[in-house]
Design a protein around this ligand. Structure first.
Ligand SMILES: C[S@@+](CC[C@H](N)C(=O)[O-])C[C@H]1O[C@@H](n2cnc3c(N)ncnc32)[C@H](O)[C@@H]1O
Length: 215
């Protein structure tokens, strides 16, 4: 797999590990990352697009300011669990999830108020393409909300991340070295807020807007 992921490799990985995903993620959120899901969903409003929605862990916590959530996901097994969560929580009237590729969204230009992503940039094969698509589908002034893990604020931990990254990509479809702030800026977003959280500052929280000058 090297340090480059393909859609097929990522999809196979998450299909295989979907059943244990919530438990594994819960462990990491309790002990390493912290819980930032409510921080993220509290900033969403209107028509929301969630990139790489996974098993739908964010879906129950969207506020009434959100009219509709569309979640896109590559892995069918992850998606089945998201669908079960929608049904269990009675969210079907305003939440929809679809199989798809966030690098090539089947969503119209400038139709979305908020694009939200949690812990997805690390697994998407081409995150530049995904945030380029996020920019395209957002209305001018629309917001991008990211909670992602990435390089630590501590040099020693960052060195360790560089060391283990090839293994993390190969065995967990998880790139430890992507900086969501830089990717958002490169895509054309104006970053309006950013901070670091979690163990050794490995969680990157970003709020960005699509500049009004971009149609
Ligand atoms: C670590 S999980 C995060 C899931 C969810 N966002 C969460 O917060 O729990 C990464 C997810 O990204 C999905 N993914 C990776 N590449 C994708 C792509 N090109 N299009 C859609 N989903 C993708 C994977 O299938 C997986 O479900």
């Amino acid at each position: 797999m090297g340090t480059q992921l393909t859609n097929v490799q990522v999809q196979k990985y998450f299909d295989k590990h979907a059943a244990g995903y919530d438990e594994q993620m819960g462990f990491f959120e309790r002990h390493v990352l912290g819980n930032h899901r409510q921080w993220a969903t509290a900033q969403a409003s209107g028509q929301v697009l969630e990139l790489a929605v996974g098993t739908g862990l964010n879906l129950p916590s969207y506020s009434p300011a959100v009219h509709h959530v569309l979640g896109i996901e590559l892995s069918n097994q992850m998606l089945q669990l998201a669908r079960a969560r929608i049904s269990t929580n009675g969210l079907g009237d305003r939440v929809e999830v679809r199989l798809g590729d966030v690098q090539q969204l089947e969503v119209g230009d400038a139709t979305i108020d908020t694009v939200l992503s949690t812990y997805a940039i690390c697994s998407i094969p081409d995150p530049d393409a995904a945030l380029g698509e996020a920019l395209r589908v957002l209305r001018p002034g629309g917001r991008l909300i990211l909670v992602e893990h990435g390089p630590s604020i501590r040099a020693l931990i960052r060195a360790g991340q560089h060391l283990i990254n090839p293994l993390s990509v190969r065995f967990q479809a998880d790139n430890l070295l992507r900086d969501p702030l830089l990717i958002a800026r490169a895509a054309g977003f104006e970053v309006v807020g950013t901070d670091r959280a979690g163990w050794a500052g490995t969680v990157h929280r970003v709020v960005a807007v699509k500049p009004s000058a971009i149609a």
